[in-house]
Design a protein around this ligand. Structure first.
Ligand SMILES: C[S@@+](CC[C@H](N)C(=O)[O-])C[C@H]1O[C@@H](n2cnc3c(N)ncnc32)[C@H](O)[C@@H]1O
Length: 246
């Protein structure tokens, strides 16, 4: 967040989707927190479709795979033209790719500090490899499974990035307690009713003793991470006193 004459000016971020299905993107971002961030001018979303740069009368954007195999592959030159149409200074160009690096919360935090990023969405059988080698700066998967297109991964990345831009969430503390922020899973949350189907809210959360509540929450984070995500637990930076809680 920048400060001007003592007033805090939230930084605004633009995310450009390079996609054959712009309606899919726009509709998904037209609700709730993402819609409010756009109305407040903190987040700007736009879509560029490679089809508008196709030169033949059928507006062809894909072709068969060299070497054979099923399905159609998106061609690189329309994607290059879509990227070239973006204004200077050029944004960071991300590619959605099941063979890319795993997208994590720390990438979301890193990219939320950019003014402009663009995300290329593949579709059909995939995208010509030269988009990865020549056009994209980095390529990311959202997990070890394959979807029909890159629009959902790009939307997921956009949501994760945007909620970290200062001013998007009402209370900045919200994301500091989230799972994956400090390498651990989040603690369990409870609201009314005090008892649901025989299961009560833990007494400590009703005690008003904030030191005890913090200790209970930290213990829950450590135990949950150790049990459900030992891979994360081995890498987590533990704090003094954590060992006593386990
Ligand atoms: C059917 S997939 C292509 C799969 C490709 N043939 C492969 O084996 O890696 C079509 C497009 O969806 C997107 N996609 C699918 N699964 C994804 C994932 N897990 N993470 C990121 N992007 C994904 C990518 O943009 C990809 O080019």
């Amino acid at each position: 967040m920048r400060s001007e004459g003592g007033r805090f000016i939230p930084h605004s971020m633009r995310i450009s989707f390079i996609t054959l299905f712009p309606e899919m993107v726009q509709q998904a971002l037209n609700h709730s927190i993402m819609a409010r961030a756009q109305e407040a001018g903190i987040l700007e979303i736009d879509c560029i479709t490679p089809r508008e740069f196709a030169e033949d009368r059928h507006k062809k954007v894909d072709d068969r795979s060299y070497g054979g195999g099923p399905g159609m592959v998106m061609m690189p030159h329309m994607i290059q033209k879509a990227v070239d149409s973006l204004p200077e200074p050029k944004p960071l160009i991300l590619l959605t790719d099941p063979a890319g690096e795993l997208f994590t919360q720390s990438h979301a935090l890193e990219f939320s500090q950019h003014d402009h990023i663009a995300i290329i969405c593949g579709h059909y059988e995939g995208i010509d490899e030269r988009v990865r080698t020549q056009i994209a700066d980095r390529s990311f998967t959202i997990g070890d499974f394959v979807l029909t297109g890159g629009e959902l991964p790009a939307l997921i990345m956009t949501d994760a990035i945007s909620r970290l831009i200062p001013g998007v969430l009402g209370d900045p503390q919200s994301h500091q307690d989230d799972s994956h922020t400090d390498g651990l899973l989040g603690f369990p949350l409870y609201t009314t009713p005090r008892e649901f189907d025989g299961e009560p809210v833990p007494d400590v959360l009703l005690s008003g003793n904030h030191a005890e509540i913090d200790k209970w929450r930290r213990k829950q984070q450590l135990e949950r991470t150790k049990r459900h995500r030992p891979d994360l637990f081995c890498q987590a930076e533990l704090q003094p006193g954590d060992a006593d809680l386990l």
